[in-house]
Design a protein around this ligand. Structure first.
Ligand code: DON
Length: 476
């Protein structure tokens, strides 16, 4: 992530009325963090659907944290970037002391084994006490104590009151396939569906994989969907998010505005049907990593978790090894003010107590005739949506097995800034073709990290890990 940032992501550089640098307040330090949700979600999933108790998995994780691991190239890069990001605070800033102590880079040429004994201890404590220990026990107590002393806002009731929400997935179709995605407050499911709905109006296969015609049309679909994201998307428990964004007729209207020969202006969001009355339900009760997994019992799982940017807020709760997220930056700090990823938002995604920030996480399952074909998801902020769309398009339109689908060259457009991010591997030819159609192009070395499991050639299961990052898919 930090690598990507150096390669040209925009940082939030605004100052708010008080003259404080809101970009940074939402990105680093105690004000940047929201209540962590991942453990509550994992505990819920393990209890309801898992074969292994969470305590077993936590014990394994504790052993890894204790024994340590040798960080690879990209991990080291992220650590270096994150340390660089907090250098503005000066070497002695107590907020980042723990982070700097644990993630101290060794001198050049020296082998680095990263051991996290405090984290191991915390995992063991959680293995014993469960999620309650995290939200109402020692971790919450220490975190709140630390916040209180340093101007942070979270208090015990914020932690104790955290509950995972079970939500109905969003369902759409794409060329005879069913697409099952993650609903708001992630924008992922809605906009993966919206982009695919728009693309159905075009015969991508006839255009040819990776031709300028195809790339242009997909970019135009992304621009329109991201303009809608900026206007309409937020936490449905707090704002009205129109279901009509996924309406096929609405998408057909947007597709009608796409000129295959040139970029047409997208000045703002569209007007989805029944925007006021047909909205996502508020459900009353009842550094991003994506896992895609399939087991022999036929379970297909896509799971995305995030602390937002690398090492989140860079605040480590002393004595616990727990890094707090910087999810506050996924809110819109003010209308039109770009966040770390350059995304702008509106009232729908304004900050409010108890509200969840907007996300782009897009864990998606694609089914054909009721049987799963692909489970896919990604890391990389808003590019997650584009990565999921591209993987699905490559699988469905071009028949690519997962490994090939993930190797495919990537591009991304998020409406604002009005430019296409293009991986360098495309070469000047594609850039020229897009410029000829009226697009502004910005080069990036690599875009994102997608993980997928799906049916490969001959119908065999294939696990694929993005070749842009270390690691590999495991198939038994
Ligand atoms: O939920 C989101 O959209 C962001 N918090 C994701 C950030 C992300 O993917 C960063 N990692 N690579």
């Amino acid at each position: 992530m930090d690598g990507r940032r150096r390669r040209g992501w925009r940082r939030g550089t605004c100052t708010c009325a008080t003259g404080r640098w809101t970009g940074r307040l939402s990105q680093h330090g105690v004000l940047a963090a929201g209540v962590p949700g991942e453990l509550a979600a994992l505990a819920h999933v393990a209890a309801r659907h898992g074969r292994l108790p969470l305590s077993w998995s936590l014990e394994r994780a504790a052993r890894v944290a204790e024994k340590g691991f040798v960080p690879g190239r990209s991990y080291r890069g992220r650590v270096a970037g994150a340390l660089d990001e907090v250098s503005f605070a000066g070497p002695a800033a107590p907020e980042f002391e723990e982070f700097r102590r644990i993630w101290r880079l060794p001198s050049a040429g020296k082998r680095w084994v990263l051991r996290q004994p405090e984290l191991a201890m915390t995992y063991r404590r959680l293995a014993e006490g469960g999620a309650a220990e995290f939200y109402r026990g020692e971790v919450a107590r220490r975190a709140v104590e630390f916040m209180r002393a340093r101007g942070g806002l979270m208090r015990e009731p914020d932690w104790a009151g955290y509950e995972p929400r079970l939500r109905e997935p969003v369902r759409s179709t794409y060329r005879g396939h069913e697409v099952v995605g993650f609903p708001p407050p992630s924008s992922g499911g809605v906009h993966v569906a919206e982009i695919l709905n728009i693309l159905e109006a075009f015969d991508l296969k006839a255009m040819g994989e990776d031709t300028p015609e195809m790339v242009h049309v997909v970019v135009e679909a992304m621009r329109r969907a991201f303009a809608d994201r900026a206007r309409w998307l937020g936490d449905p428990d707090h704002v009205r998010v129109p279901r009509g964004l996924m309406d096929r007729g609405y998408a057909a209207g947007l597709a009608g505005g796409i000129d295959p020969a040139r970029a047409t202006p997208v000045d703002g969001a569209g007007q989805p049907p029944r925007a006021e009355e047909d909205v996502f339900e508020a459900e009353r009760w009842r550094h991003t990593t994506h896992f895609a997994a399939v087991d022999e019992a036929g379970n297909w799982v896509g799971c995305t978790a995030t602390v937002n940017t690398s090492f989140g807020s860079k605040v480590v709760v002393p004595g616990t090894g727990i890094v707090l997220n910087n999810e506050m930056d996924d809110f819109a700090a003010a209308p039109g003010v770009p966040n770390f990823f350059g995304l702008v938002g509106a009232e729908a995604n304004a900050v409010a107590g108890g509200k969840r920030p907007l996300s782009s996480m897009s864990p998606t399952v694609v089914l054909k005739d009721g049987r799963p074909l692909l489970v896919v998801g990604a890391a990389g902020g808003p590019t997650i949506i584009s990565q999921a769309v591209l993987a699905i398009v490559r699988a469905v339109d071009f028949g690519r097995p997962p490994g090939e689908a993930l190797r495919g060259r990537r591009f991304h457009h998020q409406w604002r800034p009005d430019e296409v991010l293009l991986e360098r591997s495309w070469g000047e030819g594609m850039a020229r073709a897009l410029r000829d159609r009226g697009h502004r192009v910005r080069w990036v070395d690599e875009l994102g990290a997608t993980q997928a499991v799906g049916l490969g050639r001959l119908g065999r299961l294939e696990a694929a890990s993005d070749p842009r990052v270390e690691g590999m898919g495991a198939t038994r």
